[in-house]
Design a protein around this ligand. Structure first.
Ligand code: 13P
Length: 251
């Protein structure tokens, strides 16, 4: 009913040559796979080049961020229109590295989510708790608050554009994956929150990805959970063999 969705987040990695090489080899590896939606979220400067490489494939293109204004004096920022212009379908919004390294707030993230939807991009809206928040028993409070604030003012027709990515911060890039049970517990909580904020149908259709040290060896276990609909993959998405193996496993 919910089509699995596996996205790679390349973060601030690759260069022109390696980005194109990675995209080209992924296209070859994933030819003919249509039971899983896949996307790669590429550094801004390589989007256009990678877009051409993906043009005849089933792999969608995504950005790792987007600004909420459509044009003007916003030095260094990139708009939805620009991203669509170079072939993007998705934009990651509110990634933990933007929240905690760059200092993005829930208010900014909410503006970005709304602007992306209005501009025709599909947001991959990230939420997740820090280690100290988990240890203090605050995981649910943190995730609920991030989702309520991030989706504020997003109406029911428009929220269907959103994929939520649950990425526990302590599992990102650390090699520590949430156990299948930990992931499922938070995903189920997120789905019931979406049902409460919108309705049951919308919640049933909403795709919720897990992210945080997802790799070939834990893909089956994570994806076996009823509320885990996909993965947002960092490190392993930079290895063609790993990322394609994960998508093939799910397919
Ligand atoms: P890793 O898969 O490298 O832990 O990164 C996860 C992530 O942040 C994806 O957005």
């Amino acid at each position: 009913m919910r089509k699995p969705f596996i996205a790679g987040n390349w973060k601030m990695n690759t260069n022109y040559t390696s980005a194109l090489g990675l995209a080209r080899r992924l296209v070859e590896q994933l030819k003919g796979i249509d039971t899983v939606d896949s996307a790669i979220c590429v550094p801004f400067v390589y989007l256009q080049a990678v877009s051409s490489t993906l043009s005849s494939s089933n792999i969608a293109l995504g950005a790792q961020d987007v600004f909420y204004e459509s044009n003007g004096a916003f030095t260094g920022e990139i708009s939805c229109e620009m991203l669509k212009d170079v072939g993007c379908t998705y934009a990651i919004i509110g990634h933990s590295e933007r929240r905690h390294v760059i200092g993005e707030t829930d208010v900014v993230i909410n503006k970005k989510v709304r602007a992306a939807i209005a501009g025709g991009l599909l947001p991959i809206f990230c939420v997740g708790e820090l280690l100290e928040e988990r240890e203090a028993g605050k995981t649910e409070d943190v995730v609920v608050s991030q989702i309520r604030k991030g989706l504020e003012g997003v109406d029911p027709e428009r929220v269907q554009a959103v994929t939520i990515a649950y990425e526990p911060v302590w599992a990102i890039g650390t090699g520590k994956t949430a156990t299948a049970e930990q992931a499922q517990q938070v995903h189920a909580m997120i789905r019931s929150l979406v049902a409460e904020m919108y309705d049951k149908n919308i919640a049933e259709r909403m795709r919720i990805q897990y992210g945080g040290s997802a790799k070939p060896s834990n893909t089956t276990e994570l994806m076996a959970n009823p509320d885990v609909d996909g993965l947002l993959v960092g490190g392993a998405s930079l290895k063609v063999e790993d990322f394609s193996a994960m998508i093939k496993t799910v397919a």
